[in-house]
Design a protein around this ligand. Sequence first.
Ligand code: ARG
Length: 720
Amino acid sequence: MKKLAVTIVLCFTLLRSFADEGMWLPLLLGEQVYAEMQKKGLKLTKDQLYNINKVSLKDAIIIFGGGCTGEIVSNKGLIFTNHHCGYSAIASASSVENNYLRDGFYAKNFKEEIKTSLSVQFLIRIDDVTKEVLDSLGTLEGKARADKQAAVLAAINKRLSKTENFIECRVSALFKGNQYLAFVYQRYKDVRLVGTPPESVGKFGGDTDNWEWPRHTGDFSVFRVYASPDGKPAEYSENNTPLKPKHFLPVSLKGIKDGDFAMIWGYPGSTNRYESSMGIKLATEVNNPTFVKLRDARLKFMLTEMQKDAATKLKLASNYASVANYWKFFDGETKQLMKYDVFGQKQKNEAAFIKWAKGKPEFESIFTDWEKAYEEWRPYSMHRIYMNEGIFGSPLISFASSLIQLEAVLVKTDATKEDLQKALNAVVAARKTFMEEHNAASDQNILGAVLMMYYKDIPQEQHPIGFFESLKGSFGDLKNESTYKTYAASVFLNTLLLNDEKWNAFIANPDAVVLQQDPAFTIASTFYKNWNSKFLPKSQAFMVKNNDLGRLYLKGIMAMNPEKRKKMYPDATFTMRVSYGNVKNYIPRDAVKYDYITTSKGLLEKYKAGDYEFDLPKRQVELLKQKDFGPYIDKQRKDLVIAFITTNDITGGNSGSPVIDANGNLIGLAFDGNYEALSHKLTFDKNLNRTICVDIRYVLWCIEKLGGASNLINELKLIK
Ligand code: ARG
């Protein structure tokens, strides 16, 4: 009886495909969940969803830039994505005189569309290469396996890519290396900015509302993909013409009701739903709080400067937004993990697994080995976060670390002229990018603060030898904040990296000793070499072990329940996935119920003239007060619907994803997750998880009524 009970718990907690949990592989929809999707209301056939030989819905879904999703919405290659996905391109296209980030922008014709450095990728097909990979990995383990895997995947990628046709293959390891799929893409490199609402609309609510519902953000921007005149992918050229896509999404003006079917297609970046309890513990106790604390300090100094003038704001805005995004995420993740005792839940599952694994040599020592690995790694874990988010959280020191390569060439006795020129070209290019977004005032404060935090938080025996002693000798007591401030000021005053004249002289006549004596380079190189020589090997050893054991654990879970294996979905790996669910309200806490939509009424309630996060364009306030909603009005609410929520399972990377109705029409853009389910990367909460979407009717209202760009509306296929 007891054994049965344990098995049941396991089935339910580990394997049951919950109503709306799951980021499904499009090529397996038919076998796995198509029937359930139909039951929920889907009207399209399997072939209309995904077919590599015929036009299907998947052809309208793209990878946008480096880490977002976008969708094609017209037969002229028009793209919708989130404002926060276009943010960096919008900021780059802006100047103090033409401040598109602040004021918004719409191209009135193709000529006015603005060149960007973005590219987009269309998925051509997915091939299963599991057998080929696993056969060549055999029984290898640890570093040998990791190295071999890298080599095998690289070979497959090379074999299936065709550079001249912009075809790129990337094999993804799914189920932690129990399955391998080759994703073949075609990349288009001419992507232009077509339109954006003002930041006050596109980022309405700022970081206060980020990751929260109820929400009133118009989180969209508009781009266009261009191709060569004969319709092929091409580098940017004035002769290129808008791409004629295989498929584009019609846009529905019909509106949504509670319970409506919704599916979301896109590129979720990463989840770790089979993380061990030890991993949860390390995250909540060490990694997350350290990450949050360091970002908190950096953000404070950046915000102070950004609020001083428009030019600084433009320089720092994009970086600030991305630092702030995961600062709030990891703080929320910790809180939710603790609140729902995810550690305890995981331990229960693991106890059942351990029982099952007894007497099975392949699986029985997983958890003893795993605990040992965590124990050995734990003392150094904080140091790793301090390197990435602290020391290299200073943009100057991060840039300085890129010169370590150059130093290596300079000290090498047999380096060729070409080696040197190559290294010099790289640092010259890196400095150009770095200076474009650099603000010295905030960075100097960041450097002082993170050095003091490092001194206090990292065990002394892990410090770089001699660094703090010499700081003490020259600048005073290590317990005083002023010591670090004076030191940081002297670094910023004296480094050649920030001084054009000294930098040019150095590049004209590069010398290892000059570089080694530079104070900013000294910090970068001292901390980096300390980390690299003593702790990086430990970090790598831990990661390899963690991967091996994670893969085995998952293999064991599948072996435990072979019949359920068919209904398992792999963790997100920034590969195309489909999630399905419903529009639905929720109860975030006792006695509180959240409606499934927000309206212009709530937007005006939040509006605060002149506020950094809750301001709106004057014209928008007037139009909304006049209730000038045009064809975008929601007939039931007699108001303009701004955003809505669904039960879909998504994560970062899905940003910009289309929310699609039962007939394949666009009803919204997914742009966020809710605070109550911020533990979603590690565990899916079927009661609380919601995806936050901007209603497509609000997007169109912003484009037409606020932006006056009816030319874009005319391009769409509207379903009324
Ligand atoms: N949380 C959103 C996401 O990760 C990003 C929102 C950006 N907005 C902001 N206030 N930082 O997709």
